[in-house]
Design a binder for this molecule. Structure first.
Ligand code: BGC
Length: 443
């Protein structure tokens, strides 16, 4: 493709406008988000949930050898952890397996897979922990990062898959029960005992609370997006609870035509609207849709590239990180990306346009998530006087260049007061640590 300088900039300007909110729009969404929290906490219809966890925050003095299993959007991971009290811990062993491989060598999360296969795969990942390590009756915390109906410490029924996972037979089932059956099938039932199940945001909250007593929000910004927070009066009962909002489903939100297109073509149209605008699973696809638009606005040179851009989900959010990270004068990395991925020799103005597009989409994600934090903080502490730690986990937050700064700047811009006591902490492996802490508390 070859555009005049002005043409391409005008086009990017227009797309950029569609992906940018002004302060008033963000403030108004912040209010709507807060309103949804309040409604949900009053048991009124809301796009947010208000699921309490069945344990209080830890004291920080928990000790013991425990396991955790984390079923995320892309991997299943198992950990053996020693908690030493005083907020400290030591990794003993870990195992990590992808749920699907690019070459389709295996795929446990498609419609062609089965419940048994998916849960056996998790059990087999856990089995790695027991190799060369004599284990009997090891308590385990299970991190399950999908919307569930939780009816106790170790019972949670999957309401519906999200993050484009489609393994049949799991929705409507108690996933702890399914895991226990898989442990029996794999002769592990005596070694590893699932004690407690939790969402990854709750896990992140628990891990953070083990280290920082002032933890108020646990959040995951990765393949999916969600946050949990400390509620002082859960559903009017006067109880303090850690509450999972499932806030990827927030829907009082201003969307653009790319969001609409992505939603319409997704596995669950109309659901997880916020998540589809902010999380790692979807940002690459939003970028692809916008880029196709940019390339077709004027002179369409479909012959110039290999068709990758016309394949849904062909662009990974990690590629956005590479594009955004390119600080070279000549935008060499982007040039290389164009050659390898699109088989196109992108001109300099095109490379600049692509970089701006990627940044715009990633920055909008950070601003929207900041909006949700501002709403939660404003709800739990309207005067902004307290001490609060927001604990964050997730690959998008960790790896996307500029993301932390955009999020922080946008968050403070949306809080009316000074919030001197506010801290943001990144917690590597937060969910796994939190699950271990919770398992230890139950034990
Ligand atoms: C799930 C949440 C989870 C979040 C982050 C979302 O897709 O619905 O339960 O906490 O992803 O992993």
């Amino acid at each position: 493709m070859s555009y005049m300088y002005d043409e391409i900039y005008l086009a990017v300007d227009n797309i950029e406008k569609e992906f940018t909110y002004n302060h008033e729009q963000l403030l108004s969404m912040r209010k709507l988000f807060q309103h949804e929290i309040e409604k949900s906490n009053r048991n009124e219809l809301s796009s947010l949930k208000n699921d309490r966890f069945y344990l209080p925050p830890p004291s920080g003095s928990e000790k013991g050898l425990v396991a955790s299993l984390d079923l995320g959007g892309t991997d299943v991971r198992a950990f053996l952890i020693e908690l030493n009290g005083n907020g400290s811990f030591r990794w003993i062993k870990r195992a990590n397996n992808s749920l699907r491989t690019k070459d389709k060598d295996h795929d446990y999360v498609s419609e062609q897979s089965s419940t048994e296969k998916l849960f056996d795969f998790q059990a087999q990942t856990l089995a790695t922990l027991t190799e060369d390590y004599p284990i009997v009756g090891l308590p385990m915390g299970y991190v399950f990062s999908y919307p569930v109906q939780q009816d106790g410490l170790d019972k949670a029924v999957l309401i519906r898959w999200v993050k484009e996972i489609n393994t049949p037979g799991v929705e409507g089932e108690d996933v702890v029960g399914l895991l226990k059956q898989a442990l029996i099938r794999n002769s592990l039932a005596e070694q590893i005992i699932p004690r407690v199940i939790m969402n990854d945001t709750i896990g992140t909250f628990m891990a953070s609370a083990y280290i920082y007593a002032d933890t108020r929000i646990g959040s995951v910004i990765g393949t999916g997006y969600n946050s949990a927070y400390a509620e002082a009066n859960w559903k009017g009962t006067g109880e303090r609870q850690i509450v999972n909002l499932e806030c990827g489903n927030f829907d009082k939100i201003v969307v653009n035509r790319y969001d609409e297109c992505l939603d319409a073509q997704s596995s669950y149209p109309g659901q997880q609207k916020l998540e589809k605008m902010v999380s790692g699973y979807y940002l690459g696809e939003l970028f692809r849709l916008a880029l196709v638009d940019l390339m077709t606005i004027d002179k369409v040179h479909t012959k110039d590239h290999n068709g990758v851009l016309f394949e849904p989900y062909s662009i990974d959010t990690r590629e956005l990180s590479i594009i955004i990270a390119d600080q070279s004068q000549d935008l060499t990395e982007i040039k290389q990306w164009g050659l390898v991925r699109l088989e196109m020799n992108l001109e300099f103005n095109e490379r600049r346009a692509i970089k701006r597009l990627a940044e715009t989409i990633a920055r909008r994600s950070a601003c929207l998530i900041a909006m949700t934090y501002a709403a939660i903080l404003n709800y739990i502490d309207p005067k902004g006087k307290g001490k609060h730690v927001i604990a964050i986990n997730g690959s998008l937050y960790k790896k996307m260049p500029g993301y932390k700064e955009w999020l922080r700047e946008s968050l403070f811009g949306l809080l009316d007061k000074k919030w001197d006591g506010l801290k943001i902490e990144f917690l590597q492996e937060g969910p796994a640590i939190g699950a271990a802490v919770a398992a230890c508390m139950v034990e």
